[in-house]
Design a protein around this ligand. Structure first.
Ligand code: CP
Ligand code: NVA
Length: 315
């Protein structure tokens, strides 16, 4: 069964194909065309943490494709009212695919283990693959290409950063993380990337000014992720030199785009003047969540449509 628990579940070829599909569907939507590629298919969204973008982009995307979705919050009792095995096998009787947002990555993996339907990771503590799909689509939209582009991530080496490091390796992009030493990415995660993509251009640079000097895209995310609220004060202190502000942007190339997965804590990891500037693509980036995920859903559930309608040159 094909899942998307992390981008490690895709080959570079798979990734190109689903991103090309996303671009084709985005262009067709802009032309007023909503092909019913997933007619009467049903997507479940099983969420243990809050969400705005991920939930709404999956639900609207599925609807535009002629399918439907249902949101399952805490009340369904995933892992609480009955065994995980019973719960997930029963879910498989009703729906065609499931997006899960889980507190721990292990729980998402467990969902995939017991299931006969595709499981999509809608964010875990380890990674956020759907976000990274939209992010590279945004870079592609800005520059017409992604290979060779340099993405500098200023902030926590968290779930978002980890997916970005991997997707950059898969697409021959350069990825730089700039953060305090104790907030670097998981060593095992990086090892896995380098094992699969030995020539990956990934580095960590403590000085944010050095990291952004040659960046084509500057990315940041919250210093305190969901579930880390108890560490907020110490994180604020640790990351105080890692704010994406006007001074940092003055060092970056003029053509550099600004990205943020949102939600942002304005005035903390990014200032109003930067996030609202002409260099910022954060709103288009959020919009691309829906387009990227439509490409992913069609790639998972109707590969035949891609063969008939998508050429790889679209990404
Ligand atoms: N970027 C993102 O995943 O947003 P939500 O938490 O609102 O879904
Ligand atoms: N790193 C953030 C991303 C939110 C979309 C979190 O996990 O809370």
């Amino acid at each position: 069964m094909q899942h998307l628990l992390s981008l490690f579940d895709l080959t570079a070829g798979d990734l190109h194909s689903l991103l090309a599909t996303a671009n084709v569907l985005k262009a067709r939507l802009a032309a007023g065309d909503r092909p019913p590629v997933l007619e009467r298919r049903v997507l479940a969204l099983l969420f243990e943490k809050p969400s705005f973008r991920t939930r709404v982009s999956f639900e609207t995307g599925m609807s535009q494709l002629g399918g439907s979705s249902l949101f399952l919050g805490d009340d369904v009792g995933w892992g609480k009212r009955e065994s995980a095995s019973d719960f997930t096998q029963v879910l498989g009787q009703f729906v065609d695919a499931v997006v899960c947002r889980a507190k721990s990555h292990a729980k998402a993996e467990q969902l995939a283990r017991y299931n006969s339907l595709p499981v999509i990771n809608g964010l875990t503590d380890l990674c956020h693959p759907c976000q990274a799909l939209a992010d590279v689509m945004t870079v592609h939209g800005a520059f017409g290409t992604v290979a060779g582009k340099h993405l500098a991530f200023v902030g926590d080496g968290n779930n978002v950063a980890q997916s970005l490091a991997l997707i950059c390796a898969m697409l021959d992009m350069r990825f730089t993380l700039s953060c305090p030493a104790e907030y670097e990415m998981d060593a095992e995660w990086l090892e896995r990337i380098f094992k699969l993509y030995p020539s990956a251009a990934i580095e960590c640079i403590a000085d944010a000014k050095v990291a952004v000097a040659s960046a084509d895209a500057i990315y940041t995310d919250v210093w305190t992720s969901m579930g880390q609220e108890a560490e907020m004060a110490e994180r604020r202190k640790a990351f105080s030199a890692y704010q994406v502000n006007g001074q940092l942007m003055a060092i970056a190339p003029n053509h550099a785009r600004v990205l943020h997965c949102l939600p942002a804590v304005r005035g903390e990891e990014i200032t109003d003047e930067v996030i609202d500037s002409a260099q910022s693509d954060v709103i288009q980036q959020a919009g691309n969540r829906m387009h990227a995920q439509k490409g992913l859903l069609v790639w998972l559930l109707n590969r035949g449509w891609i063969e008939q309608n998508v050429t790889d040159s679209a990404f």
